[in-house]
Design a protein around this ligand. Structure first.
Ligand code: GRF
Length: 216
């Protein structure tokens, strides 16, 4: 089976991108990161991608550029890289419905909460404020509903009384680095796919996301 071609889209440090690339290089993930696209000139992930020889593209919004036009340029870069899968990893822009529609079924995201809880921003702070006993991260297919697409795999940890926003962020990122490559491997192997109703694993509807528990 040929290896899946991944384009990773980032805004920040790119630690998820690197974890995914590590998994590709170690053989844990039957795929290759064939490109990194970033929307911020200062995205630290760029230097790291360059060091690894991964082609990277910077697409920044022009003054007064509409979301739709910006996303058309993003789509062009993804098509130019001949991506099979579009992997959002800390990408901080909202996508236009046209973009989501164009890549539906091939578009994935990781969100730092146990979805459907805490969609949107500041998830770690909100988990603490809500006195959640558990917190974590979720890999999901992307639909037009923000952080609302079919959930694939979630990694769960126990919130400790002494946890702060920062300690949670740190532990949840370790979870992200484990579960995103795992979810992508299921996809690269053709075991998991998005359907009209949600997601399907090995031909069976995935009613609840797969779950991994982490003890750290
Ligand atoms: C991750 O924690 C992701 O869940 C959130 O943004 C962060 C990106 O981190 N949406 P990195 O750029 O992969 O290091």
């Amino acid at each position: 089976m040929s290896r899946a071609r991944l384009v990773v889209v980032i805004s920040g440090a790119g630690s998820n991108m690197l974890a995914i690339d590590d998994a590709c290089r170690s053989g844990a993930l039957q795929a290759d990161v064939v490109g990194v696209i970033r929307n911020r000139a200062d995205a630290a992930g760029l230097t790291k991608a360059n060091e690894r020889g991964i082609p990277s593209t910077l697409i920044t919004p022009a003054a007064d550029e509409s979301r739709q036009i910006f996303d058309e340029r993003l789509a062009e870069a993804i098509r130019a890289a001949k991506a099979d899968w579009v992997v959002l990893a800390g990408y901080m822009r909202i996508l236009s419905p046209q973009f989501v529609q164009a890549f539906t079924g091939r578009l994935l995201n990781i969100h730092p909460s146990l979805l459907p809880a805490h969609k949107g921003l500041h998830t770690h702070r909100r988990a603490i404020e809500a006195h959640d006993a558990q917190h974590g991260a979720t890999v999901h297919f992307v639909t037009a509903e923000l952080d609302g697409g079919p959930r694939i795999l979630r990694g769960v940890l126990t919130v400790r009384p002494e946890d702060t926003e920062d300690t949670l962020r740190h532990r949840v990122q370790r979870i992200e680095h484990a579960i995103y490559p795992e979810a992508l491997e299921l996809i690269a192997r053709g075991r998991l796919r998005q359907t009209e109703r949600g997601a399907e694993l090995d031909g069976q509807p995935l009613v609840e996301p797969l779950e991994r528990r982490f003890e750290f």
